[in-house]
Write a protein that binds this ligand. Structure first.
Ligand code: HEM
Length: 388
């Protein structure tokens, strides 16, 4: 219920922002029963928690992603974190991703958009955002024999398993089967020697390479899909800003960052208190779950004016914390930005007269991973004009 100090999981999966604002206005750190932990809702405390890994660690057996995928860079801190992350840092640098993957992603995006362009309408999350996200990470990780549809299906089961653990359920058989199939492809890619994953041989065990590769896939698919879908949704909902971006492509990056701020595709990250401590006047007990709401920090009115509005000209839109700060800063943020930029530019290049089909679209939802299920648009199409 809005105004309650303890929103339910349904509240946090649905229109969560008013609930987060209500929590923040009372105290930026609040115990939320439905999450079984503290929720941080202002930007300053969020940054303090994410940067202080010795007090607020990811390294805890309750961490849902580890339960599903095994120990990876995402689930350890300190020197062990460095050992897991270091082998993969070079290929994901900003200076590396563009030259290495830009052309490939552009070709794939064009192929997808040209496939549905003659219809004059499409649901752009499932027709573009999702298949582009899967195809891109398959290419980046060198999983040559994996099919997009097959990976997407495993992926949905694994995603549901991670969400399920957060909601108190256990990993089911479909997710376990999907993990086994993914493992097979990743082991093959490492053995072939044509994958960036091979760089970790000698530093990480085979199980550790798998867990990190699975985290990269997970990190890449749901998030990039959600970001591309939400960016398209925001622009379609604001035709005047869409027109500006259409006419001045240097605004594409701002539209993406403003979307990352307003509707982050990962809404919260979990940490565990290694010691008793105080946070925004609250007494945290050793072992307590401290979740940082990236969605709430990004709408902190102390930092962002009119925080609920989509504004590509916002002077400080880059101050969102969607890629987190501290040691676990997103490894794939440059790849994610590149992919979303390419997707958006391709839509703007190939689909003239883009108009929002609101009745066939839905707002973003999700407890941890968040995206709109449907973003539908129409455009001028020669086929439609001919037969319509
Ligand atoms: C817009 C898209 C993306 C968003 C919103 C996003 C978000 C995040 C967030 C919030 C974290 C921190 C998790 C935590 O601190 O607990 C993270 C970490 C990570 N992300 Fe991303 N991500 C995106 C795209 C990608 C892509 C394309 C990759 C591909 C490699 C990727 C790989 C990773 C990895 C490996 C980590 C773990 C880093 C570490 O623990 O050291 N992400 N991401």
């Amino acid at each position: 219920m809005l105004g309650s100090t303890s929103p339910s999981l349904a509240d946090l999966e649905g229109s969560l922002h008013p609930h987060l604002a209500a929590l923040r206005s009372k105290n930026p750190v609040a115990w939320v029963d439905s999450l079984g932990g503290w929720l941080v809702t202002d930007r300053a405390t969020a940054l303090a928690v994410m940067r202080d890994f010795s007090t607020f660690t990811v390294d805890d057996p309750r961490f849902s992603t580890t339960q599903v995928m095994g120990v990876s860079m995402l689930s350890v801190d300190g020197p062990e974190h460095g050992r897991h992350r270091e082998p993969f840092m070079e290929p994901f640098k900003s200076s590396a991703v563009g030259p290495q993957f830009g052309d490939w992603i552009a070709t794939e995006a064009r192929r997808l958009v040209e496939g549905f362009k003659p219809h004059g309408t499409a649901e752009l999350r499932s027709a573009l955002a999702a298949p582009l996200a899967v195809a891109t990470i398959i290419e980046v990780l060198g999983l040559v024999d994996a099919e997009v549809d097959e990976v997407l299906a495993w992926y949905r089961f694994i995603g549901e398993a991670i969400e399920g653990i957060n909601a108190g359920r256990t990993v089911d058989a479909s997710a376990q089967q999907s993990l086994a199939q993914l493992r097979h492809h990743i082991d093959e890619a490492v053995q072939n020697g044509n994958s960036l994953l091979g760089q970790a041989v000698g530093t990480l065990t085979q199980a550790e390479i798998f867990a990190n590769a699975a985290v990269m896939m997970f990190g890449a698919i749901e998030t990039s899909e959600g970001t591309t879908a939400s960016t398209l949704l925001h622009l379609l909902q604001h035709p005047e800003q869409l027109a500006e971006v259409q006419n001045d492509r240097s605004l594409v990056a701002a539209a993406i960052d403003e979307t990352l701020r307003l509707e982050p595709s990962v809404t919260l990250v979990d940490r565990y208190a290694t010691t008793a401590t105080e946070l925004a006047g609250m007494t945290i007990t050793q072992g307590d779950l401290v979740s940082v709401s990236l969605a709430a920090a990004n709408r902190d009115p102390a930092v962002f004016d009119l925080p609920d509005q989509f504004d590509i000209h916002r002077h400080n839109l880059h101050q969102h914390v969607t890629f987190v700060q501290g040691p676990h800063r997103c490894l794939g943020m440059h790849l994610a930005r590149l992919e979303t930029q390419v997707a958006l530019n391709t839509v703007l290049d190939l689909l003239p007269g883009l108009v929002f089909d609101e009745p066939s679209s839905t707002p973003a939802r999700g407890l941890v991973f968040r995206k709109p299920a449907a973003v539908t648009a129409t455009w001028e199409s020669s086929t439609k004009l001919q037969y319509g």
